[in-house]
Each structure stands twice: as C-alpha cells, then as structure tokens.
Design a protein around this ligand. Structure first.
Ligand code: PFF
Length: 425
C-alpha cells in the first residue's frame, strides 16, 4: 500500500514544516536587513500571494494527480525528460548537503548556549566541530525519513511544530519588552514604495519567497503524492503561505529588537543569526534562556525542512532504482554527507573555497539561489506546455495563466537579473 499522510492535518503540518525553516529566520532577516527593511515587505508579500500560492496549488495538483515522485513525474512525460527530473531532485539534494551543515551550526550554538560556553562564530567554524554536528544532523534526518512518511515525518512534525509556534510567539513577547522594539517596528513596517522600481528588490523578494515556501523544487509535489483525495488545495496553499510569512515576520520581530537594542547593524546578512545574535544574547539579562529558545526553535524548524528535502530524493530513488526506503535513505544520506563535508570545512582558516568564496556560499549562490528559479521554470513549463495536466488546470482555474504564462516569462528574467548581478541576495 502506497504511503499516505494519516490525515489532512498531518499533510498540512508536514508542508508547513517543510516550508518553515532556516529560510524564514536566518535568511529572511538577512535579506530584509539588506534590502531596506519594510520597503522589502511589499514585493515580498506580492510575490508570495501572486506567484508562490498558484505554483504551490499547481505542484499539489500535479503531485496528487500523478501520485508519484518528481523524477517519475518527469519520466512520465517522456523518457528524455527523466534527466530533467533528476536535475530537480539533484538540486534539492545539493541544497540539503549545505542545509544540514547550517543546521549543524545551529545545533552547535544550541549546545554551547545550553552549556553556557561563550562560542564565537570563527571559534566554532574553524574547528572540526561543524563536521561532528553535521554528522548528527545527517543521521537524525536520515533516521526520521527511513521510518516513512507517516511514522517518521508526520510524527516528527506533530510534536515539533506546535512547540516552534509557541516558542517563537513567546520570544516575540519578550522582544516587545526591549528598548529597541519601537525602532524595530519602524524598520520593519515603514514601507518605502520608491524601491518598487528597483528590479533588484523584486528579484530578491521572489527568490526569497520560493526558497522560504519550498516551492518550485518538487518538494511540495512529493508531499502531495501522499495527500488525501479530498484535500482543498487552495485552502492548504493559503494556510501554508500565511503560516510561513507569519513565522518569518515574527522572527523579524524577535531579531531586530535585539539588534536595535544593542545598536548593532541590521545589514549583517548571513552573519546576523550566527555572529550578531549569539553576541547579543550573551550580553542580555536572561539572554542564555532566550538563546536556548532561539537556537532550539531554529534547530527543529530546520530539521522538519531537511526531512522534506531528503524525502524528494528518497521517493525518487525507491521508484527509479526499486530500492527499499531503508536502502535509498542510507545511499542518499551517505552521498549528501560526502558532498557536504567541503561545506562543513569551508569556514575554517584553511577552508574549502573557490577563490575567496567559501564552498558553502558557492553552493548557496549557485544551486540555492540560481537553480531555484530554473527548477521552478522546468516544473511550470513541462506540466503546462509539454504535458498539460488536466487536474492542475481545473484546480487552478483563473490562476492557471500565472503558471502557464507569467512564471515561464518571469523566472528566466529573474535568472538573468541574478547572472547580470543586478539582484541583491
Ligand atoms: N523552505 C525551507 C526554508 O526556508 O528553510 C527549506 C528549504 C527548501 C530551503 C528549499 C531551501 C530550499 F531551496
């Protein structure tokens, strides 16, 4: 009997777990900080509801109609398309390789904060500890996925997600008591509509929304293959998007008050979560408990996303090679681990780098940032133009042209902007 979620709620929680991750907390605040705060929220929200929601519904419809993984879905179009399916699944696995390294950093900071060890970013990444932490995150992710969709992934999200919601709300309440809260509100919610003319901001917003919602990479397609026949696709897509956006903005409401209270720079980018915040927590009253809550939340949010990335590959490998779930998980986690080792070692004194750019950033900037619109383009074009999916067309209704016409035009423009260096992160 094919795998299924035990209920609609199980599917919704798993998809929210896939969406809510490091992207909402670490990447969102980094991108927002670098793109002018509140100015960026308008294109971000437009991108979420105008483009990401229709593509989510589309992936759901295709996944449920075909009831298969992303590679088999492409293979079904024609044997020649199998390779494109692997491009999609492969890019997800490459993302997973450094995503698990980042999750390992979070784990490192969580343990250090728990033990009261004063850990600096350079002091941590310059050692072998990131590799040890990476082993733990890889084994945990593989262990959960090997248990299956219902017994592994669904059980994890049912325990973890309610905790994530409560903890982030609690942290926001705490942040509201900080002196920098008013400045943070002004920074986050004062829109500057003039930036809407800047294509760089649009490109950053669309890229961030797709990353954050896990859309356009076959992740939601894979999860939809296990969903019930009666699930309301539009309602699910809107609930997932609202939850994802709400968590991102709440994370901003936690991070920026801390940043402004201590007079730090909101533009620190990637360093924000790993350098600025640990230092900030260390200097605040009750900061240790807040730090544990923050990194604990981040760790579990990342784990529920990592399992979704791995499931894309495992679902594909079980069907393509007729492997058991256990064998597919073991083979893929081993591969992902080997691929991730250079990333795990890339921030040390003699770290793996291409020129000046650490290997982890090379992967994030190529596959994580650039491949994302490419895979979204492949999914949108192949299942509308090459092998139109009737169910998807029916489910999308008036929004179908967004996927069939708007995205195939918009996504290549996005890639071009990025390649031309117009786009910011
Ligand atoms: N959406 C999750 C996040 O924002 O962290 C996980 C994720 C999926 C990250 C796909 C990156 C990605 F390309």
């Amino acid at each position: 009997m094919a795998e299924r979620w035990s209920s609609n709620l199980g599917f919704l929680l798993a998809s929210i777990g896939a969406a809510v991750g490091l992207g909402n907390i670490w990447r969102f605040s980094a991108v927002l900080g670098q793109n002018g705060g509140g100015a960026y929220l308008v294109p971000y929200l437009i991108a979420a509801f105008a483009f990401a929601v229709p593509l989510l519904v589309f992936e759901f419809a295709v996944g449920r109609a075909l009831r298969t993984d992303v590679v088999s879905a492409f293979r079904g179009v024609g044997v020649n398309y199998t390779a494109l399916g692997w491009v999609v699944a492969g890019s997800v696995l490459v993302i997973l390789s450094y995503y698990l390294v980042l999750t390992g950093w979070v784990l490192g900071f969580l343990v250090a904060t728990l033990l009261g060890v004063d850990l600096s970013f350079a002091g941590f990444t310059g050692t072998w500890w990131p590799v040890a932490a990476f082993v733990v995150t890889t084994v945990a992710t593989g262990g959960i996925v090997s248990l299956g969709v219902k017994e592994g992934i669904e059980r994890l999200v049912k325990v973890v997600l309610p905790v994530v919601f409560v903890v982030i709300a609690g942290l926001a309440v705490y942040a509201a008591t900080l002196p920098g809260f008013a400045d943070a509100l002004a920074f986050l919610f004062t829109p500057d509509l003039s930036v809407l003319a800047d294509p760089g901001v649009w490109s950053a917003a669309v890229g961030q929304v797709f990353f954050s919602l896990s859309v356009g990479q076959g992740i939601m397609l894979t999860y939809a293959a296990y969903m019930d026949e009666n699930t309301d696709l539009w309602r699910s897509a809107v609930v997932i998007t609202v939850a994802d956006v709400a968590i991102a903005i709440t994370a901003g409401l936690v991070i920026f008050p801390v940043v402004f209270t201590l007079g730090l720079a909101p533009t620190a980018g990637t360093e924000l979560a790993f350098t600025t915040l640990p230092r900030a927590f260390a200097s605040m009253p009750g900061g240790r408990a807040v730090g544990v809550a923050f990194f604990g939340l981040l760790f579990f949010a990342a784990l529920t996303s990592a399992v979704s990335l791995l499931e894309v590959g495992v679902a594909a490998a079980t069907r393509s090679f007729e492997w058991s779930r256990a064998k597919a998980t073991l083979a893929l986690t081993t591969g992902v681990f080997l691929l991730g080792v250079p990333s795990a070692l890339s921030y040390g004194p003699s770290g793996f780098a291409l020129g000046d750019v650490p290997f982890l950033d090379v992967l994030d900037e190529s596959v994580g940032t650039l491949a994302l619109p490419v895979t979204a383009f492949l999914i949108a074009v192949v299942f509308t133009w090459v092998a139109p999916n009737d169910t998807a067309e029916r489910e999308l209704g008036r929004a179908y042209p967004v996927v069939k016409y708007a995205l195939p035009v918009l996504l290549p423009v996005l890639v071009a902007l990025k390649v031309a260096g117009v786009a910011r992160p």
